[in-house]
Design a protein. Structure first.
Length: 294
């Protein structure tokens, strides 16, 4: 890992609380503190970041996440033991074990909302991406993934780098890591428009061309892609498009870090009925380097 957290868990909680205030999000201490303590080992030694968005205040929150790629320690057993997750009879219950049986795992990540608790678990593949064709071997994957097999092939999206399983919203994200500039604005307009999303203007499309991860959100209840996201890595606050929304400017200027390096990830996000930008601060300077590995 390129950076390690040197502050204590109490300091981390205080910084999370300050970030939530900047985002206008409710931070429930019992919920947040419980997750930080349960995964203390990872929040103290892994890549850590906070994320909010420009969604309407009533839909906006703050998420805290870690990613650990040095050792593949599955966060799911702790989540079950601590009561953060329980079986619901949904296909999502079985998807992570299926992924673990069918794919090599480099490491994991975990994400929680400070106002409600655990949301996502990520499973990362080794530095060589895995063929999307292997997803056919997962009995619990949404059928909508395979409804888009020709679409993925048409745009050269043949290899996956990771899954994100969203237990709160019952969705799954498929991540494709691409070098910035892999798609022109014209090609991105085709990629977006073919899914039935409103194509953004030229300025936003230019930002999308700089993305490293492109990821698609699927559910078990719809044949469509429900969300499409383009993540852009920056080397400092000067590269963040703060003019798009007052929240981005406020958050970028004031969010706490545990390092002097103030790096951000911003993501152009298209969903049914709205478009917004996610803004994530690389709290200990270790998250953005990991994203360049894949």
């Amino acid at each position: 890992m390129l950076a390690r957290l040197t502050t204590g868990l109490e300091r981390l909680y205080e910084d999370v609380e300050a970030a939530a205030e900047l985002a206008g999000a409710s931070c429930i201490r019992e919920t947040t503190w419980g997750l930080l303590k349960a995964y203390r080992k990872f929040f103290m030694t892994s890549a850590v970041s906070f994320r909010t968005s420009t969604r309407a205040p009533e839909k906006r929150g703050l998420n805290v996440r870690y990613v650990e790629l040095d050792t593949p320690e599955d966060p799911h057993p702790i989540a079950r033991a601590e009561g953060f997750l329980s079986r619901t009879g949904h296909p999502l219950d079985d998807l992570l074990p299926e992924i673990q049986r069918q794919f090599p795992i480099l490491g994991y990540g975990l994400d929680f909302g400070v106002s409600y608790g655990l949301e996502k678990i990520w499973a990362f593949f080794p530095h060589r991406p895995q063929p999307i064709e292997k997803v056919r071997s997962l009995p619990s994957i949404p059928e909508s993934v395979w409804a888009h097999a020709r679409y993925f092939a048409r745009f050269g999206l043949n290899d996956l780098s990771l899954f994100a399983l969203d237990y709160r919203n019952r969705t799954v994200n498929l991540y494709f890591m691409r070098a910035p500039g892999s798609f022109s604005t014209g090609r991105l307009a085709e990629l977006i428009g073919e899914l039935g999303f409103e194509v953004p203007g030229e300025e936003l499309l230019q930002h999308c061309t700089r993305s490293v991860p492109i990821y698609f959100t699927f559910t078990w209840d719809s044949p469509r892609v429900e969300r499409l996201c383009f993540g852009v890595i920056t080397s400092g606050p000067g590269q963040v498009p703060t003019h798009f929304h007052p929240l981005i400017e406020r958050y970028t200027a004031g969010v706490p870090f545990a390092t002097e390096s103030r790096k951000f990830i911003y993501s152009v996000t298209l969903s049914r009925g709205e478009a917004f930008i996610k803004i994530e601060n690389d709290y200990n300077g270790a998250m953005t380097p990991l994203m360049r590995v894949f």
